[in-house]
Design a protein around this ligand. Sequence first.
Ligand code: RIB
Ligand code: CA
Length: 324
Amino acid sequence: MQRIILDTDPGVDDALAIALALNSSGLKVEAITTVNGNVGVDYCTRNLSLILSAMGNVSVPIVAEGESQPLSVSIVNASHVHGSDGLGGVTQLRDANGNQCYLDMLLPSVTTGAVDVVLELVTRYPGQVVLLCIGPLTNIAKAVLKCPIGMKKTKGIVLMGGAFEVYGNVTLSAEFNVYADPHAAQIVFDSGIPITIVPLDVTHQVLLNAREFEKLCVRHGGQWGKFLSDCTKVCFEFHRYHEGLDGFYLHDPVAVGYLEYPGFFDTVPAYVQVEINDGLTRGRTVADLRADRIDGPEPNAQVCVGINTSQFLDYFLDCIFASA
Ligand code: RIB
Ligand code: CA
């Protein structure tokens, strides 16, 4: 059983990834930490609480709120994709009596912030904890800056982010998580911690079909089926209207899939750098992924370049509905 800390900015695809991680038998979620990203970190923490509540019988790990600002660039968000509340507008849904359809659960109070929870757990379990990062890397970079030696006890980092041989999704050059805090990404890539990057190059091969998913939500029924249907509608509509797609990409769940089933993926070692300067290429991830390259700097990451999409989708659809 792999011990993980899930660092997240929920976020609709984050919601699916959180449920996937909690339902995956090979993963032990020691903590879930929130970070500013798709929406403000306060909304992310509220959304996490809503997701855990909608899942029903889930053993709640430690929850800790993280950084509210990137290290130095100005804040960007993705509320146009995920809804103004970051969760497809479910917080505004009311029943016939005018009551909120979804209530957030009372989370066990944790006064410690995300950075210190990460440091505490990686030192409590040296060489055993993988950081699964599905939002901007601000929390992890702050932990590395605060205690670089302590963070070397991390077993590894699996992060959804970057775009190498495909266009970005926030600019032509950059993927959102890296664009939102490029300095944090560079600090993490330079940290010496073993890193696996799950970039748009593979997540753009995994589209969740809107019609199929809606049918599965109705068939599953219950509070969780209704929540999944309600929270994904805005995201489906955004991608249909703006990108002419019949669904949206499962960016964050694919990163969970790498941890549970690495055999579904092809990876190459590479030396990855980030453009930290503002302008046209801010947040671009740069690496030589050619298998036949013969020289160049020591690799600092494994980069996922291929995925068995159908195997991943079978796992995802089995596991996402395993909740109540
Ligand atoms: O580029 C996709 C990433 O940005 C995902 O993590 C999504 O949730 C957004 O945060
Ligand atoms: Ca995310």
